[in-house]
Write a protein that binds this ligand. Structure first.
Ligand code: PMP
Length: 418
């Protein structure tokens, strides 16, 4: 064997060994283990908390009974007897699964009934329902924009909007949160270079509870010939007449092109939707990828949602109680000297500042029987760490009083209030 051949054989053996080594590491997912070690080093690693039973105002979480101030179950409907009964009735009639995507054979009459009901509720021509609010943003934005278009998005828009925008082939620009001068600057600079332009905003911003300046946004959109897209996940079932949402709150019916809602928060079940013109629904049934490629909502969910929306249309009992509870809780925390930020909705942030202090506050509240999650950088700006309280219609005044007492006790122990 020549030296050359010998060297080649040695090189080949070595190469095979290396590749085997790499293969082994790949399948042991060492790269993920390293990522997780990084999270641990940053102090942001966590296990998913485990809830035993329904997502009510008082819950057993990780084996401990606590007042629940962290859910999006705004109206307390997620475990309501009327919704459960409607879900069971739908299961009896339609089974547990839709069996296919809607464009093939998964579009049951109950899905159509739900969309009619939602359109009536939202006072819009038509509604297209998706499997979740996340899915709705991911599927809609890319379907209504294309190369040569421009999307302008508020800097604090929800992650599902950010992902939805990423899936679009349009150009994108971001304006400073709720800063109308900045929005107009972007419009002046860029609008003329593009065919269609879509302005996207959350209706209610989930970390601070502030409202979008929707009337101004709509006016700018009209002035610069742009479409408007409002994600009202935290406004639907909360704001406006009987919870019709932010568009209704501002009296802007017919002037917002795409009004997005979720069925998983105030409505209490699961799903998302676009409310707007009939032509949008028609187009989304051809190009909304989650409609085309993901199975339709299960009948139980659809039955429960129809019941939930019917309840909102029948009476304002739940929305009234939500606002009453939120006002009660906010006032009490304010009197104690906590900074509850600039929220205009039931979302009640209690701003602490330093990240570690916010985390510690949340941990101590939990030990004392109140569950309220800490929200820290990068979800909110550095130095504005907070706990975010979600008061619901399902809380009793007694539970809220107990929660306030716990805030006072822990707040004083930690020197957050005097
Ligand atoms: N948009 C916003 C503003 C949200 O807060 C959320 C939920 N966190 C979603 C969309 C997603 O909704 P869903 O939970 O129904 O997927």
């Amino acid at each position: 064997v020549s030296d050359n051949n010998k060297n080649y054989v040695l090189w080949a053996i070595n190469e095979i060994k290396n590749r085997e080594g790499n293969m082994k590491n790949i399948h042991e997912l060492d790269f993920l283990k390293e990522n997780i070690d990084d999270l641990k080093k940053q102090g942001v690693y966590r296990k998913l908390p485990i809830l035993e039973g329904a997502n009510d105002a008082e819950i057993i979480l990780n084996g401990k009974k606590v007042i629940n101030l962290s859910s999006n179950n705004y109206l307390g409907l997620a475990n309501h007897p009327r919704l459960k009964k409607a879900a069971i009735a739908a299961v009896e009639k339609y089974g547990v699964g839709a069996g296919a995507v809607r464009t093939i054979v998964g579009n049951m009459d109950i899905h159509e009934e739900l969309e009619k009901k939602l359109a009536e509720f939202k006072r819009e021509e038509a509604v297209m329902v998706y499997q979740s609010g996340f899915n709705c943003n991911a599927g809609t934005i890319q379907a209504i924009t294309e190369k040569g278009d421009l999307i302008i998005s508020d800097s604090l828009n929800h992650a599902s909007i950010i992902d939805g925008v990423r899936l679009s082939r349009a150009d994108r620009a971001v304006f400073e949160h709720s800063n109308m001068e900045d929005l107009e600057r972007v419009l002046k600079e860029k609008r003329d270079n593009f065919k269609n332009c879509l302005i996207i905003t959350d209706g209610v911003f989930s970390m601070d509870g502030d409202l979008a300046k929707l009337p101004e946004i709509v006016e700018l959109a009209e002035k610069y010939n742009c479409m408007t897209y409002v994600d009202d996940a935290h406004g639907s079932g909360v704001l406006g007449e009987s919870g019709r949402g932010t568009v209704d709150h501002f009296g802007l019916h017919g002037r917002v092109d795409f009004s997005i809602g979720t069925l998983s928060k105030a409505i209490g079940v699961i799903g998302g939707y676009v409310a707007g013109k009939a032509v949008s629904k028609d187009w989304l049934s051809h190009r909304g990828r989650p409609i085309l490629f993901s199975t339709a909502l299960p009948p139980a969910a659809v039955g429960a949602i129809i019941e939930s929306v019917s309840m909102l249309m029948e009476s304002t009992e739940y929305t009234d109680r939500l606002w009453d509870n939120a006002k009660f809780f906010k006032e009490k925390l304010g009197k104690l000297g906590f900074d509850t930020g600039k929220s205009e909705t039931p979302i009640t942030p209690v701003i602490i500042g330093e990240e570690a202090r916010a985390m510690e506050f949340s941990k101590k509240l939990f030990e004392n029987g109140v569950y309220v999650s800490a929200i820290v950088f990068p979800t909110v700006p550095k130095g504005t760490g907070r706990v975010r309280c979600m008061v619901t219609a399902g809380h009793t005044k007694e539970q809220l009083e107990r929660a306030v007492d716990t805030f006072e006790k822990v707040g004083k122990e930690m020197g957050l209030i005097k």
